[in-house]
Design a protein around this ligand. Structure first.
Ligand code: SF4
Length: 129
């Protein structure tokens, strides 16, 4: 979908798959300064990996710590891992908001039940492309 909208120059390929090509200043081409910070200009059309960032939601315990990563959601069994590279990750007991709103939203997006992010992204709303 991004290639269709922006052309092949927007992506690059390596052995693992296709990725958004970084700009010369090493940023995603859709990342823009917005108010005091940065925001994604794609929002609803973000790639799935971006919508799920900073989590990897898998059906198997590929990254270990099976008991800690396990999460039952309805009839689905998941293993939820966080990317340690994310500077916004706070380790510890999840908040009620995270457990009851944010994580279920990530899982619904992962399952394809939901597309729009409400609780799992910034409330900043830059003008989309
Ligand atoms: S969330 Fe948006 S700005 Fe961030 S990497 Fe994905 S497309 Fe780029």
């Amino acid at each position: 979908m991004l290639v269709k909208a922006y052309g092949y120059g927007i992506v690059e390929q390596n052995i693992s798959g296709f990725y958004l090509r970084k700009t010369v200043d090493d940023h995603c081409p859709f990342l823009s300064k917005y108010l005091q910070g940065w925001a994604c200009r794609l929002q609803r059309t973000k790639p799935l990996a971006c919508k799920l960032w900073p989590f990897r939601i898998r059906g198997d315990p590929r990254f270990g710590r099976e008991d800690e990563a396990y999460y039952k959601y309805g009839k689905h069994d998941f293993y939820v891992y966080a990317y340690p590279q994310c500077p916004g990750i706070v380790l510890g007991k999840p908040s009620t908001l995270f457990s009851q709103k944010v994580l279920p939203e990530f899982l619904n997006i992962r399952l394809g039940f939901q597309n729009k992010q409400i609780h799992s992204t910034s409330k900043l709303r830059p003008t989309p492309y």
